[in-house]
Structure formats: structure tokens, C-alpha cells
Unconditional design. Structure first.
Length: 288
């Protein structure tokens, strides 16, 4: 499955994207040919007040993207989806609720992948999407301050069409590699934007309470929905802290504030916050 694509990689189709944003009543997706970072571009737009709520910025080729811990991230032109969405303040949405948007985006990608491919995405806490045990998507949320207060820009990079030689590590995959067939990037991006929009609206309707039942979710909260997709739960994980210490423990639950609750071999429960870890992996080195 690592042969080169049979045809040139198609550019994103603005007509497909416009059909979705028109139906949702949000600004059109802005598609750049190339930029250093869609996240940085959108953070500046939020700061200037020029980014509407759920403004979407994407590009065909990102040259200076960053993941967590400042890691560089680049892909061949047209092979991935690099997209950032602005989440603007709302009086009913407390600032702590913004921390849930990383996992809200992961859930939206899982839904889009499931709707447009035969694959099933799972969430690796706190900011990746997996296909099986391989990473297909990374997410970086950045706080931004606009004229109306604190906002967040949620940037994601989804591997769509790369072959094995175009992926940086053996633990990564693309949708084409995992599914054995091409995936329409325009339809997939439109599906993600629609899923993100629906989840955002439902989350705002409950004032950012991750434990409150969401409309149309059968009584499930955002926390419930994320937990149901969380590959990390039940796994033995290794947590590497910034001070150089580490902890091996069993992942038990997702807390109401989005922290990961783990139990070590003495039975002690620890709360792990995303900002306190370098990475969380299964003890065998695979992603959890």
C-alpha cells in the first residue's frame, strides 16, 4: 500500500466547502496555497478582531507548522488537511471550558472519518486521533485574546494521502494507507467543519459544561462522547513529565475538567494535565 498515488493530488474544491458553510451559516473556508502556519495566521486575525466565530483557515502546503512542545510538522503539498478554526468568546462559555476544544476537535475528526471512510478513528489523550495504534491526526489548540476576550484557535493536521515514505515515523499512518483507497479531502474537510459546528453549538447550549447532556446525543455529555472514543482508557501508559521524572500507571477515566485519571501500582490515583506531560504512550511504546 505504499505505492505513489495514481493521479496528481487534487486541490481542495471551494464549491464543496462553500456548500457546507452556506448551509451552516458561517463564513466561507479560506483556502491558502501556502503559509507558515494556519494557527499563527488565525491567532493574529482573532487578536485583530477580524476572525468571526468558527472562521476556518486551511492551506494546501504548510511550511512552518508546530505541534505540541514546538515540534515541526510539514507534509507534501495536497497530501494532508491542515486546518485551523477560531472559537470566539461567549458570555455563557467560561474560559476553562475552552480547554475541551482540543478533544472536541478530535471527536469531530473521528465523526468525519467515520462518515467518509470505512475507518474508525479513536482519540489518544489529549490531542491525537488514531487509526488502530497509528497516529493519523495531531491537534494543537492555542489561546488567543481578541477584542471580546479569551478565544481559542484549534489547529489540526490530518494525514490523508501520504505513502509510507512520506510519513515521519513508523507510528504514523494516513487514511489512504490505513484504508487502502484514496479519500476526497474536500468532502472530508467539509464533514469535519460540519461536525465541529454541531458539537460547538451543543456545547455552548450547556454553557460549556462537559458533564451536561448534549442535545441530540441520547443523554450523553461531551465528556461521555469523548470517553467513548478514548483509546487511552484501560491502557497501561507511561507519562513523561517536564522535570524528567516519569510514571507508569493504568488510565482509568477522563475527569470533568479533561484531566486524565490514572492509577499506579500502589493504587494511588493521579490526575494528569495535558500541560504537565511530554507524551502518554502505552508501556510497549505504541500510542494509547
Amino acid at each position: 500500500m505504499n505505492a505513489t498515488p495514481a493521479a496528481p493530488r487534487a486541490a481542495l474544491d471551494p464549491r464543496v466547502l462553500a456548500a457546507t458553510t452556506d448551509a451552516l451559516g458561517i463564513d466561507p473556508v479560506r483556502v491558502l496555497h501556502s503559509t507558515a502556519s494556519t494557527n499563527e495566521d488565525l491567532v493574529h486575525q482573532v487578536a485583530s478582531g477580524s476572525a468571526a466565530h468558527l472562521s476556518v483557515l486551511t492551506c494546501e502546503h504548510q511550511t512552518g507548522g508546530k505541534g505540541r512542545l514546538g515540534r515541526g510538522w510539514q507534509v507534501p503539498e495536497g497530501a494532508a488537511l491542515t486546518v485551523s478554526i477560531a472559537v470566539n468568546p461567549d458570555p455563557a462559555l467560561p474560559v476553562p471550558a475552552l480547554s475541551w476544544y482540543t478533544m472536541l476537535a478530535a471527536l469531530a475528526w473521528c465523526r468525519a472519518i467515520g462518515n467518509h471512510t470505512a475507518l474508525s478513528g479513536r482519540i489518544k489523550w489529549p490531542n491525537d486521533v488514531l487509526i488502530g495504534s497509528h497516529k493519523v491526526c495531531g491537534i494543537l489548540a492555542q489561546l488567543a485574546t481578541g477584542p471580546r476576550g479569551a478565544a481559542v484557535v484549534v489547529g489540526t493536521g490530518l494525514n490523508v494521502d501520504q505513502d509510507r515514505t512520506e510519513l515521519p515515523v513508523a507510528t504514523a499512518t494516513s487514511l489512504r494507507l490505513a484504508g487502502g483507497m484514496p479519500v476526497d479531502r474536500s468532502e472530508l474537510l467539509a464533514g469535519y467543519v460540519a461536525a465541529f459546528h454541531r458539537l460547538d453549538a451543543s456545547f455552548r447550549a450547556v454553557s460549556g459544561d462537559a458533564s451536561a447532556p448534549l442535545a441530540g446525543a441520547g443523554g450523553s455529555s461531551l465528556r461521555d462522547l469523548v470517553s467513548g472514543k478514548l483509546a487511552t482508557l484501560g491502557q497501561l501508559v507511561r507519562i513523561d513529565y517536564p522535570d524528567g521524572s516519569s510514571l507508569e500507571a493504568r488510565a482509568l477515566d477522563l475527569a470533568a475538567d479533561g484531566a486524565l485519571e490514572v492509577r499506579d501500582d500502589t493504587g494511588t490515583i493521579h490526575r494528569v494535565l495535558a500541560g504537565d506531560v511530554h507524551h502518554v504512550r502505552r508501556s510497549d511504546g505504541h500510542y494509547a
